[in-house]
Ligand binder design. Structure first.
Ligand SMILES: Nc1nc2c(ncn2[C@@H]2O[C@H](COP(=O)(O)OP(=O)(O)OP(=O)(O)O)[C@@H](O)[C@H]2O)c(=O)[nH]1
Ligand SMILES: [Mg+2]
Length: 598
């Protein structure tokens, strides 16, 4: 059998995983014409490129000294932690990347814990030592402490450490002595990552990941841990949920460089993609036709957040989208659940909406954004965390929150987190910053990021991760400021916006089409205020489109989709079309709203 290593790269978000994999591919000659365009080859999805984060884990393979190294790049954002946990089953070792300034963060802890529990051999990389304020030695000690707290075995505690810069393309055992390239890392991989352990017997491949192609449908991905698979082979699928079905391996692929190579057979130990099994689930085992043996089942993580997805019924519906009916919406969401594992749907009692359950704001916003680009129009409601009844008590998700912030802002951060029922657990210096750790209800996190950024002039770095369920902590203060709501449908005028500027901040520009019930701004005070932005000195407006007035108007507030999701109140929707995003009241007419609240 060929020499083989399977490893996954894991880290907190942005610590440099994809940069490392990209550069390894480059240095091992997997692609030549790599131009420094500031984009990562591996973050190949549009949304990944735009946001500069990895959303989907990816398999690549490189060759070093006659050894094939399968590498799995994983997403670092906590919404995708379940995916990381699953793909770790394909690996025999992990590279744990830690930013040389930030040190271990909530997601570092989560992914390391999972890797250790699976008995994987870790190599630690202290990355970004090229950065000026880095503190590699302190970070190394913190990583050691983390291993210790997570009950690493003696062997795991003896992890080798490399220091370096993914960006500059080198790793070294001593950060003060940079090397030329990744040779020290590749050597460490050959030495410390064990080859896959394979036992004799009939084929066994547990499906841990999936891909989708519009030509062949769903593609199963996993590690062949036993036996041989060949093209055309009839197999039995041992279901994760129990039971068995039969199928056939139509085509087989192994990973090679950035792509896949079609092969006639796969040897135990290698990772592969299987085409032809139509109806499978994650965790199913592809096994021998006659004597199938399944592998221990995998649990797919439960959703933590839900949101209402509804058809667009605003007065402006159907102007921009191709897919606007409830049938479109349902079919699209149902199709999504075939590949988006952490996503669930539930009926609401209305044909025009579905309750969608996911892993967090980012997980859901990626779906909404993808649908928007495909030409869908839809509306979504306020995201809600999922409560659970446990031992006769209502319980809610509690998260571990870490905030690093310059000292002068620490007080404001603590105050805001406390208001949201967060409890401080740790406060200590970290370089020239203060490092704060809290436990806080997930509810309290909604909208917290933008508030903290505002009150710290953009300097707070925060991240969080689900920890456990605890009894409900009681009511949280909602958004303090109410909404400015449009009284009429029509075109906004600079004149009217200008006249109302002391009432709040606007989300619309002059000469924009708005409708009655649209949320056009934020009220300076609590409670909603209905305003007329349509009225104007029509004559002057017609002449110069309100030019004089417009110059005095403060720029409108711009929301990203995630900002909007964290911002809206429970009686509001976000309307999303291929070209626009608007906030609105669910009930558009003021009189109806009043009647409803009485
Ligand atoms: N200075 C410096 N910056 C780096 C280094 N490695 C990565 N970066 C930068 O850090 C940012 C994040 O890098 P990515 O490779 O996308 O990080 P990631 O871990 O893949 O992020 P996610 O996949 O979203 O979890 C990018 O702006 C990189 O250019 C490094 O060694 N030094
Ligand atoms: Mg990445």
């Amino acid at each position: 059998m060929k020499a083989l290593r399977n490893l996954a790269i894991i880290a907190h978000v942005d610590h440099g995983k994809t940069t490392l994999v990209d550069k390894i591919l480059f240095q091992t000659n997997q692609f030549k014409a790599h131009e420094e365009v500031g984009e990562l080859i591996l973050d190949s999805h549009d949304l990944e490129r735009e946001r500069g984060i990895t959303i989907f884990s990816k398999n690549v393979a490189v060759r070093y000294k006659d050894t094939k190294i399968n590498i799995i790049d994983t997403p670092g954002h906590s919404d995708f932690g379940g995916e990381v946990e699953r793909v770790l089953r394909m690996a025999d070792g992990v590279l744990l990347l830690v930013d040389a300034f930030e040190g271990p963060m909530p997601q570092t802890r989560f992914v390391l814990q999972k890797a250790l529990a699976l008995g994987l051999r870790p190599i630690v990389i202290i990355n970004k030592v090229d950065k000026e304020n880095c503190r590699p030695d302190e970070v190394h000690d913190a990583v050691f402490d983390l291993f210790f707290h997570l009950d690493a075995t003696e062997e795991q505690l003896n992890f080798p450490t490399l220091y370096g810069s993914s960006k500059q393309g080198w790793m070294s055992t001593d950060w003060k002595k940079p090397s030329e390239d990744f040779t020290p890392l590749l050597e460490a991989i050959l030495e410390h990552v064990p080859p896959p352990v394979v036992s004799d017997g009939t084929p066994q491949l547990q499906i841990t990941s999936l891909d989708f192609s519009s030509y062949v449908g769903r593609i199963a991905i996993g590690k062949l841990s036993r036996g041989i698979l060949t093209e055309g082979m009839p197999v039995t699928l041992v279901r994760n949920a129990g039971g068995q079905t039969r199928g056939r391996v139509k085509e087989l692929f192994v990973f090679e460089g950035l792509g896949r190579q079609k092969v006639g057979s796969v040897q135990a130990g290698d990772l592969c993609a299987v085409v032809g099994l139509d109806d499978f689930q994650i965790g199913d085992t592809v096994a021998d036709l006659e004597q199938p043996e399944g592998m221990p089942p995998i649990t797919v993580d439960e959703p933590t957040m839900s949101m209402l997805f509804a058809i667009n019924n605003s007065p402006f519906f159907g102007k921009e989208g191709k897919f606007v009916t409830s049938r479109h919406l349902r079919e699209r969401l149902e199709k999504e659940t075939e590949k988006n594992l952490a996503l669930r749907l539930a009926e609401t009692g209305s044909a025009d909406s579905l309750q969608v359950f996911g892993r967090g704001i980012l997980h859901l916003s990626v779906l909404i954004e993808t649908m928007r680009r495909e030409g869908y129009e839809l509306q979504v409601g306020q995201p809600r965390v999922i409560l659970k009844e446990m031992d006769g008590q209502t319980c809610e998700p509690i998260e571990h929150l870490v905030v690093d912030v310059p000292e002068e802002h620490a007080g404001k951060v603590i105050e805001q987190v406390n208001q949201r029922k967060g409890e401080m657990q740790i406060m200590e210096p970290k370089g020239d910053m203060v490092h704060l750790e809290f436990s806080i209800p997930s509810r309290g996190l909604i909208g917290l990021r933008s508030n903290l950024l505002t009150s710290t002039q953009g300097e707070a770095i925060m991240s969080h991760r689900f920890e456990r369920y605890e009894p409900f902590k009681g009511q949280l203060p909602g958004r303090i400021n109410g909404s400015l709501v449009s009284m009429e449908t029509g075109m906004t005028t600079g004149y009217s916006i200008d006249k109302l500027q002391d009432r709040g901040v606007f989300f619309v520009d002059p000469n924009e089409s708005i409708y009655e019930g649209q949320v056009v701004g934020e009220n300076n005070r609590p409670g909603d205020l209905v305003v007329n932005l349509v009225k104007g000195k029509q004559l002057t407006n017609m002449r110069a489109a309100g030019k004089d007035d417009n110059t005095r108007i403060a720029p409108r507030r711009v929301f990203s989709l995630e900002d909007a999701m964290e911002y809206i109140q429970d009686d509001e929707y976000i309307e999303i079309t291929p070209k626009s995003m608007r906030l609105r009241k669910i009930v558009l007419r003021e009189a109806d709203r009043r009647r409803k609240s009485n």
